[in-house]
Each structure stands twice: as structure tokens, then as C-alpha cells.
Design a protein. Structure first.
Length: 367
């Protein structure tokens, strides 16, 4: 007996979905087969270095630039491919940029209400509602030049949300703000976007911003999405060495695989799936390099969790405010490894110490 699926039990389509997007400039693919989907109320961060294709992807979704191939869907309905195209102003997509783009000759109220439809009273009510939510109602009759950078950013957010867009595209919106203000503005923005149940695509080159704001990160490099997932997974299960290095400094050991093991001065590391004879990089972050004191020429005994200790000499140590960074010159090959430890720890240059690597915090990649 054939049964028809109950539409009420089927998951809703993504609020925004792009499929196989491609864009070329001067014969080079700056966006190369990019696909992603975002649900209502979800924040996805398109993270990557400058020039990787993030902003071009955003502009194609907004409709200000055309893709060479690929499709864009909103709530399961096609809004753009290479033949059919809904104009930008009818896509119900909000935009926020780094420069805020406020009209200097318009009041705060008129900036927020710009483009709103409805009666004068309806527009005023929506403007007042949003300015109250960003705690700027007292500036409703003021002008942008009378506001701080953080206040202008909140006006830009209110304006972008005023027409109740189903999707918000944000291109480096916080990069122009003072560091002291940035975290607070980010948190306020995130809270307001969640309340509106808006699907958000945030473009940034700052890993900290992506980790702080995103439900999902799409890591982009050379026009492609190389890894996508929850921030925890992208950070702790990187796809390659470059993915590790994008989020933090790294240390690297080089080795050759034999019997699924890579042998180093720090002992053996598991290298599952790597054929014998494969040259590999063993990559780990500075906070996962453990430091121990020299005991009459000896270091700590080997353990399964930390392996074998290797000896190094302190080159320099610096206090960074919430942690200390220590650089070591290793005895076995003269290479430099970096360790970070919480709080203040500043051993003098020339001091001999012993280092171990946390086995559950390192990554092995074929070179």
C-alpha cells in the first residue's frame, strides 16, 4: 500500500539555499561550485582570508552580481539561476556592510524607515519599535554624525531589519568598530537577529568573530568551501593544516609513516589510514604543548597521553595579558616550537625545559 508523506511531518525547506554557485573573473573561478543552506533563525558564517570569494558569494545572493552558473532558493522557491532572476529589491533580503551606509542628511528615524511601506503611523511605529530594541530611541530625531560608531552600527542594523527581511547578509559589519565595543555590539546584534527568526549569512575573515556568532561555519579558501560544520567541529576536527592555522598559531613536526605510526623525538603518533612511507605533518596548537622542568638533566617519564618528553631551551617569553607565550629552540634539530600557558609564566632565556605533546590534541596530515 502506497502512503503519501504527511506534509506536516516534513522538515521545512531551508530559508536560504545556494547550489553549485560559480563566478569567474578574468578566466579565474573566484567562486567555485559553492553550495550551502541556512535555516530560519540560523547564523552561518562564511569565513576565510581576503580574496577567497566570500563577498562575491554574498553579492550574488543579494542580486547585485550575477553568477555564471548555479541556483539560489528562498524558502524552497527558485529566485535566481542563469535564466530566471528575481530583482534584488523583491528578494526580501537585508544587507549590512562595514561602512554602515547611513544617509547623513536624514534623521535617525528617516534612516531606519527608509524604504518602509505603509502609512506614516505604521512606519513610525516600526521605527520606534526597532530603535527601542537597540536602545537608541532617545536619538530618534538626531542625525548620524551625532552618534558614535557603535551607535551608527545599531542604527544600520535597525534599518536592515525594518522591512522584516527573511534573510540578512552581513559583510564584515563589525570590522570598523573599536575592539572595546565590538563584543557587545556583536552580542546585541545576534540577540536581535535571533528574535526576528532571520536566516543570517555573515562574511568575515576573523575566526574569533565566527566562533562567537555562528551556529555553523563554512570555511572558504580559493573560491571553494573546504569545510563546513558547527564551530566546535571545525575547530577541533580540521580538514587540513591550513584549516588549523587559520584559527590559531601552529607547531609542526615532520615524520614518515611506518605501520600506521609516525615516529618523532616526542615518540610515536598514530597515523591511521596513511600508507607506509607517507611523509606527514603532525600539527598542534601552542596551548597543547606541555612544559616541565629539568630535573638534573632528565624530564618527565613517558605516558600514553603525552608521549615522550623532548628537551628545549627558552629563547624568549612574553606575557600577553591573559596568557604567556614561550618560544623554545629544540635540542634535537634546532627548530622553534611555541607554547602558551595561562596567566604569568616567564622563564628566563637560556633555561632548559622539557616539552610533551598532548596526543588527543594533535592532527596528522599527509604532506
Amino acid at each position: 500500500m502506497n502512503t503519501v508523506p504527511d506534509a506536516r511531518l516534513m522538515p521545512p525547506p531551508p530559508r536560504l539555499e545556494i547550489r553549485n554557485m560559480v563566478r569567474h573573473f578574468d578566466g579565474r573561478a573566484v567562486v567555485d561550485d559553492v553550495s550551502l543552506s541556512i535555516q530560519a533563525g540560523q547564523v552561518t558564517c562564511l569565513l576565510g582570508p581576503s580574496g577567497c570569494g566570500k563577498s562575491t558569494t554574498l553579492r550574488m545572493i543579494a542580486g547585485v552580481e550575477m553568477q555564471d552558473s548555479g541556483e539560489i532558493y528562498v524558502d524552497g522557491k527558485l529566485i535566481c539561476d542563469t535564466i530566471f532572476r528575481v530583482p534584488p529589491e523583491r528578494r526580501e533580503i537585508g544587507l549590512m556592510f562595514q561602512d554602515f551606509a547611513l544617509f547623513p542628511h536624514l534623521s535617525v528615524a528617516d534612516n531606519v524607515g527608509f524604504g518602509l511601506k505603509g502609512s506614516k503611523d505604521e512606519k513610525r511605529q516600526r521605527v520606534e519599535e526597532l530603535l527601542a530594541r537597540v536602545d537608541l530611541l532617545r536619538f530618534i530625531d538626531g542625525f548620524p554624525h551625532q552618534l558614535s560608531g557603535g551607535e551608527q552600527q545599531r542604527v544600520a542594523l535597525a534599518r536592515a531589519l525594518a522591512p522584516r527581511p527573511r534573510i540578512m547578509l552581513m559583510d564584515e559589519p563589525f570590522s570598523g568598530l573599536d575592539n572595546r565595543l565590538r563584543d557587545g555590539i556583536r552580542d546585541e546584534t545576534l540577540s536581535l537577529l535571533k528574535e526576528e527568526d532571520t536566516a543570517v549569512l555573515l562574511v568575515t575573515h576573523e575566526p574569533e568573530e565566527a566562533m562567537r556568532m555562528a551556529d555553523e561555519i563554512a570555511l572558504m579558501r580559493g573560491g571553494k568551501i573546504v569545510q563546513q560544520g558547527a564551530p566546535y567541529n571545525v575547530y577541533n576536527r580540521p580538514v587540513d593544516h591550513a584549516a588549523v592555522a587559520f584559527f590559531s598559531d601552529t607547531n609542526v613536526l615532520q615524520a614518515r609513516v611506518q605501520g600506521a605510526l609516525a615516529d618523532t623525538v616526542f615518540g610515536e603518533f598514530l597515523a591511521p589510514g596513511q600508507p607506509d612511507g607517507t611523509d606527514v605533518d603532525i600539527v598542534f596548537r601552542p596551548q597543547h604543548l606541555k612544559i616541565d622542568f629539568d630535573r638534573a638533566g632528565s624530564g618527565p617519564l613517558p605516558t600514553p597521553s603525552d608521549g615522550v618528553a623532548a628537551r628545549g631551551t627558552v629563547l624568549r617569553a612574553r606575557f600577553l595579558g591573559h596568557e604567556s607565550l614561550i618560544e623554545f629552540k629544540m635540542d634535537h634539530d634546532g627548530s622553534v616550537l611555541r607554547a602558551t600557558v595561562p596567566n604569568v609564566f616567564l622563564p628566563e632565556a637560556g633555561r632548559v625545559m622539557w616539552l610533551t605533546v598532548k596526543r588527543n590534541r594533535c592532527f596528522v596530515f599527509a604532506r
